[in-house]
Design a protein around this ligand. Sequence first.
Ligand SMILES: [Fe+2]
Length: 476
Amino acid sequence: MTEPEHAPEIGPEAQVAALTAVALRALCAAISQRKMYPPEHPIASRALTSLALYLERILALTEEWRLALVGEKLMAGGRPVDERTESLAPFVESLKARAVETIAFKRGLDVAELRRFLSLMILDAKWFAGTSLQDMMGKEGIRSIEAGRLVLADPAEADRNRALHDETGPELTEAYDNALTFIEEAVGALQEGRRISMEDAESFVHLVVSQMQQDRSPFLILTTLKAHHAYTFTHIINVCLLTVVQIEAMGGDASALREFGLASMMHDIGKSLLPKEILSKPGKLTPEEFALIQRHPQDGVHILRETPGVPDLALLVAFEHHMRYNHSGYPRPRHPRPLHPCSLMTNLADTYDAMRSKRAYQEEFPPEKVAALISDRAGTDYHPRLAQAFLQIMGAYPPGTRVRLDTGEEGVVVRSNPANPYRPVLRMLRDSTGGLIKRLEIVDLMDKERVGGRFSRNVLCSIRPQGAAKPAAPPA
Ligand SMILES: [Fe+2]
């Protein structure tokens, strides 16, 4: 007698894989139907219910259903999706438009969250205005869906972040996060016609000043740890930090540091009145749109004038921060006069951080390239002495930058070297064979070999975050 044949048992992973194609089709259908019909329409509502049912079945088998975009290919659960590319194209395109590389649906997801998620997916990407899909979902109370950039498993990058967090400490990281919250609330208040309170801004600047006088490197590192926050808000805080660094290096006292810090923090407040679609427009601005952008210095002055407790310097910096050293910027003054040093420093900080940041219309520039550009424009766009001092502080590779050496080793900059901008102090991450360095090893690139007196190591280049494409041409 032969044994009866049993069908092989299908494991949860295989069941999820089997449901993936049909769930993806339901997802694409729900997005397209929602584009055509309001959520309460029976067709849109049926598509949503169908999607919710498939997701419920998948999430009963696994904690999360993760989709990832690798190049043009959509992956689900780490495997390429076996589905006709054209049927997924609208979904893939909407992910790309929002700079989303991975999205995960988590156990606990309910229909209401899914409905709000679909509403965000059909929203024209220009309304996001530099805010990530994750941030938008947070505001909508969507907790069971996560979206973001694909973080490839790179232990050295994880080590860089750990090393940098060691250098900055929890207190400063928390202060940075608090300042972000203040800026976010202030912009929200202005858009709703409410006044902003200066107290929170002052307490952040106060902390920055007292810590900065002890050690400026942790702040420079903080400006590189911004990947997970909305650009608009981190940029405002970074400009404040990079301005305070400059006045501190020029020998400013605590009250000057506080005054400059507060003024630079408020410099772009006039932009809160600009339409979001202009601020985040990926392409070239029309002359009309550019004219609107050019109004933000004057708008900033009007807003700050109405805000109690704002020092006069903040009004001046809001007005002057795009004029440029040679008055080639905007607004064009009728009677050109030397600009306030805080306006010039804020402009340097603004340009530097903007070029070092990834935007909808621009990849980030390597720091050595930004330094070269500022150096080229010293004496025209930028005050020559201030530009030189700024580059001395930042070095070609500012703290937080990951670099590759001519020995094949890799490290992260923890300190710039005022004597030589190309020779920072590093915390080593990988040895010459590519192996991870677990122990704390600090190397000063000013160190020379005992015999021959040559430098032991040289920087070959900075290492860009994984997946970053080539930057666009530098801004004019
Ligand atoms: Fe501005």
